[in-house]
Ligand binder design. Structure first.
Ligand code: NAG
Ligand code: NAG
Ligand code: NAG
Length: 178
């Protein structure tokens, strides 16, 4: 029973993420340090080079390194009156995941998506600043396919970063579906 449920969840997730990513327009990105003794945001921006090429770059300075325990929480919000949680709220152990990426196909989907662009692409510990360098958005928009799996509108994809069980930083990706 448990296995069936998680397989179903996984399939829905992959479908959902694939479809969302194929239809999104990214509108903004924000990063915030929740613990300035632990992590500082050096930069965090979305740049539109031209109509077909946008990218995101982020650099976060880690002040207490090396870091051996990292958990990541993904949550999706839909904008109604303010942003309300919508459908997805997933937490996983990033260090464990990076040791055997195939163990978590949903996380693997994201990992494959960003790993060439980020130095957070090896196993723990992390003994350096975290950089996401020019993660392109055009490749996502190019995958446009069929009908919308869920309502048009504005969404926010929030990634919470926890180290040693404490939230340290949050990254918010704003997107619209049209
Ligand atoms: C957009 O900019 C990229 C990078 O400079 C370039 O390779 C591409 O040809 C440009 N596309 C258009 C439509 O101008
Ligand atoms: C996601 O789940 C966690 C743990 O259950 C909870 O603390 C958090 O508030 C949830 N986030 C959203 C956006 O619902
Ligand atoms: C990991 O990130 C570095 C720096 O961004 C990059 O040069 C390297 O190719 C990446 N490794 C993988 C496996 O994608």
């Amino acid at each position: 029973m448990k296995l069936n449920l998680s397989v179903a969840f996984l399939m829905i997730s992959i479908y959902f993420f694939t479809e969302v990513y194929s239809l999104v327009e990214f509108t903004n990105v924000q990063c915030e340090s929740l613990d300035k003794d632990f992590a500082l945001v050096e930069y965090c921006y979305l740049k539109s080079v031209n109509r077909s090429y946008k990218y995101v770059s982020i650099k976060v300075n880690l002040l207490k390194r090396p870091i051996n325990k990292v958990k990541v929480n993904f949550a999706l919000y839909q904008r109604l009156n303010g942003y309300k949680p919508f459908l997805y709220n997933i937490t996983f152990d990033a260090c464990r995941f990076l040791k055997s990426p195939k163990s978590n196909p949903v996380a693997l989907y994201f990992y494959n998506f960003y790993k060439e662009y980020s130095n957070m692409n090896h196993t723990c510990p992390y003994d350096h600043d975290i950089v996401l360098d020019k993660l392109p958005y055009h490749s996502i928009n190019n995958k446009v396919t069929k009908t919308l799996p869920f309502p048009e509108g504005s969404y926010m994809f929030e990634v919470n970063w926890m180290a040693y069980g404490i939230p340290r930083a949050v990254t918010k990706f704003y997107l619209s579906l049209s």
